[in-house]
Design a protein around this ligand. Structure first.
Ligand code: NAI
Ligand code: MG
Length: 788
């Protein structure tokens, strides 16, 4: 045998990582007392346990206590008890503890990695080189946030007790993403790992005790969906952070509606992996291996849709198939293994079922002729071609090693195809042309965009989705907000009832007209052709407004969607807003008189409200080109551009209090950030809004930028909340209206902000404006690598 023959015949021998330490750890533990509550290990009150299996062998690993609602209640109480002292602990002290956790994890890094691979089935190369180091990095990074919190987030305080529910695909990493920012912010937590993968969370709890985390600050309960639901529904929880399926995300959205709980959701995805003809195809193939076969494809941001430009499709697909043939399936503890088993039989069945359905719908599903290991829940890497855009494999998250390939001709077509999904978590762009990459990235509806790369993560850079991939960000500066709040008042918001028209007093003769709705830059008659009389305090009719209905909202949403406003430059947006303020200022006297006569407020107060409204539009204009993103420098040859992008089409339901000022305070920052608005003005004082659109008409705002639909707030809010083409909804109203907005928004998981039924001080200082600017954007993190 000559050297070439030997080289050709050479195969990998196994290179197993030792599991003896992990086995000893498993043996030494009594998992029937696996609930970590108030710093103590406890059995479930019911005595119930559930079984945990090793995905590579199917053998049982542990019988773990299953928390019921009584146990969850005990954990929440422990977290509540620990909260005041933890909130008061100095940022520096909290930083020291977070750092100590990170260091302790580093010392036990190998045990964590091996346990994770045994419990989850992921290759040791991944748990050792990715999961564990990133988890450590998260704690150490957030130690810094703890210390600098007061300076970086003035006026904010800890949100309270955080209920955190995580999935099984990255058990330790998701735990770190949840616990590190919560502790940094001064929250205490009740965390529930997934029922398939409890082990590393138990080792983590042991470390907490040793790192000096005070009792009750971190509580970890074990169990499945019922345990999770008990956390979501517990009234003692102030914030819910969830990572998992979109299905459960929607359940949680509905369950928390109206509860005042803060909510962040990291859900599924169907992320595009776009390969342009000018890409380095060999790099793209390697990227693809990471993009879809990392963690067996059980990754929320997996690049599961390969979109390749037609001219290179054949070449790329051939290369992908050749590479797939070299992917090694096997023992997760073998350092040569590329693909481990799926998490459980149920997941294997699910993936097989979806592949079969995809094939039935016309996709050609190809697998390499590799052998499957004899035990474990393995699935071969699978490539689906001839996938129609509506195919289940193109639309639904498979959460397995299955890649759906499609082609596009032009860049425009590629972008349209990439955005043809209800998800919006991540995307990869492969091209050697930097201009193209930076041009395409902003056009993709995804929270994370990797250029010539994939699945890059870092604690400094926020992670999270657009659309049905959920809302809120984890990591980075933006991630901290999820665990912070501003102290709020306790006074309930009350709508102001409209006095019945009083025949005796007649109408206020000086104004007698029926303003229309304002849609697509035009005054239009309401679809239903009904009008609502608007009276003053004495019951005098001042005019009538259109009673908008479902059809009117739909028209307004279409007009907003078609509006060119989102493409205006920041400078241009500033100019339009300045012009709007100027035009309002010309008519200030008229508006003050209107406010005075309608609301019965005193002349001086009315004048002050108009003045402040003008000032606020000016302030929004001034920040339109200054409320900008950031640049992060993760520990790799890459910069992350955190871009502030508009949410899109924003529904705004304004209150009766301060009818002009509140409306302007909501609309101006929304416009400043490039959103198109469908506004439902105060039900009591709609004439203020119809006056305002006359000012808008003269201010060079492109058609559809602002649309105003008058009518019954509850009815119109319901339509806005349910509308699938509305990206975000701000609703100010009583607690019933806020609950309705949150509950009915679950369909497309639009991001909703409400006043939680509380009265707001609209005359508050500039901070108010910044809060709304922040709510008016989505942060997209674009990863741009450099170097060869
Ligand atoms: P899941 O969403 O049911 O589970 C995630 C977590 O939520 C687990 O801790 C679970 O115990 C908990 N949970 C389940 N029902 C709950 C409820 N009603 N209230 C509160 N918590 C609840 O996901 P599952 O069943 O493990 O996987 C099903 C599919 O979901 C997967 O095939 C995959 O497509 C998707 N998935 C997506 C994830 C992602 O990160 N995008 C993570 C896990 C699953
Ligand atoms: Mg489930």
């Amino acid at each position: 045998m000559n050297i070439l023959e030997r080289y050709a015949a050479m195969d990998y021998g196994p290179a197993p990582e030792s599991r003896s330490e992990a086995d000893a750890w498993l043996k030494a533990h009594d998992f029937s007392k696996a609930l970590f509550i108030g710093g103590k290990w406890q059995a479930a009150a019911s005595g119930k346990t559930f079984s945990v299996f090793e995905p590579a062998s199917g053998k049982p690993l542990a019988e773990v206590s299953e928390a019921g609602s009584e146990d969850v209640d005990a954990a929440v109480k422990a977290a509540q008890k620990a909260l005041p002292a933890w909130k008061k602990t100095s940022g520096y002290e909290r930083a020291r503890i977070l750092y100590a956790i990170g260091r302790a994890m580093q010392r036990h890094a190998r045990l964590f990695a091996v346990l994770e691979s045994i419990d989850n089935g992921k290759p040791i190369r991944e748990s050792r080189d990715i999961d564990v180091p990133l988890a450590v990095r998260h704690f150490i990074h957030h130690a810094g946030w703890a210390q600098t919190l007061e300076k970086a987030y003035p006026g904010y305080e800890a949100a309270g007790v955080a209920g955190q529910i995580i999935p099984w695909n990255f058990p330790l990493l998701m735990l770190a993403w949840k616990i590190a920012p919560a502790l940094a912010a001064g929250c205490t937590v009740v965390l529930k790992p997934a029922e398939f993968t409890p082990l590393t969370s138990l080792l983590f709890a042991e470390i907490c005790a040793r790192a000096g985390v005070p009792k009750g600050v971190v509580n970890i309960v074990q169990g499945g969906g019922e345990t999770g639901a008990a956390i979501v529904e517990h009234p003692g929880i102030d914030k819910i952070a969830f990572t998992g399926s979109s299905e459960v995300g929607k359940i949680i959205r509905r369950a928390t509606a109206g509860s005042g709980k803060k909510l962040s959701l990291e859900l599924g995805g169907k992320s595009a992996f776009m390969v342009f003809e000018d890409a380095d195809l060999d790099s793209a193939v390697e990227g693809l291996v990471d993009g879809i076969w990392f963690n067996q494809g059980q990754v929320c941001c997996a690049g599961s849709r390969l979109l390749v430009q037609e001219s290179v499709a054949e070449t790329l697909i051939a290369k992908v198939k050749a590479r797939m043939g070299h992917l090694r399936l096997g023992d997760p503890l073998d350092k040569n293994t590329d693909i481990g088993p799926l998490i459980a039989p149920v997941q294997l069945e699910r993936v097989k079922g979806m592949v079969a359905e995809g094939a039935r719908q016309g996709a050609e599903c190809w697998q390499p002729a590799s052998d499957l290991p004899h035990t474990g829940y393995f699935h071969l890497p699978t490539l689906a071609t001839s996938v129609a855009p509506a195919n289940v494999l193109a639309q639904e998250e498979v959460f397995g090693p299955v890649l759906a390939a499609m082609t596009f001709r032009t860049q425009e077509e590629g972008v349209a195809l990439a955005n043809n999904t209800r998800y919006g978590l991540a995307a990869s762009i492969w091209t050697e042309n930097v201009n193209r990459a930076l041009h395409v990235a902003p056009q993709l509806k995804a929270g994370v965009v990797w250029i010539n790369g994939t699945n890059m993560f870092d604690a400094s850079s926020g992670f999270g989705g657009y659309r049905e991939s959920g809302f809120g960000r984890e990591g980075g500066h933006e991630g901290l907000y999820e665990y912070l709040k501003k102290p709020s008042g306790k006074t309930a918001y009350k709508p102001i009832p409209m006095p019945e028209p009083d025949k005796e007093v007649g109408s206020a003769s000086f104004i007698d007209r029926t303003p229309k709705l304002f849609i697509g830059g035009k005054q239009v008659r309401p679809d239903g052709n009904y009008a609502i009389p608007v009276t003053d305090q004495k019951g005098r009719i001042h005019g009538e407004v259109g009673a908008g209905n479902r059809k009117d909202i739909r028209d307004a949403v279409s007009a907003a969607r078609a509006s060119k406003w989102g493409q205006a430059t920041a400078y241009n947006r500033a100019q339009v807003l300045y012009f709007l303020a100027e035009n309002l200022s010309v008519r200030a006297g008229e508006f003050a008189a209107r406010l005075e006569s309608l609301t019965g407020t005193r002349a001086k107060a009315a004048q002050a409200e108009v003045d402040l409204s003008i000032e606020r539009i000016f302030a929004a204009a001034s920040l339109a080109d200054k409320f900008e993103g950031r640049v992060h420098q993760p520990p790799a040859r890459v910069v992350t551009l955190a871009l502030n992008e508009p949410v899109g089409v924003l529904g705004i339901v304004a209150p009766d209090e301060a009818p002009l000022l509140a409306l302007v305070t909501l609309i101006a920052p929304a416009l400043a950030m490039g959103n198109a608005v469908v506004a439902v003005p105060s039900q009591r004082y709609p004439l203020i809004a119809t006056d305002l659109y006359q000012v808008i008409e003269t201010s060079d705002l492109p058609a559809g930028g602002v649309n105003i639909v008058t009518g019954a707030s509850a009815e119109l809010t319901d339509v806005l909340a349910k509308h699938d083409d509305v990206d975000g909804l701000w609703c100010v109203g009583d607690s019933d209206l806020c609950a309705l907005a949150e509950r009915e928004s679950a369909g497309n998981l639009k991001r909703v902000w409400t006043n939680s039924g509380l009265a707001l001080d609209w005359s508050g200082d500039g901070e108010l404006l910044e809060d709304f600017l922040r709510r008016a954007i989505e942060i997209k993190n674009v990863w741009v690598p450099y170097g060869d």
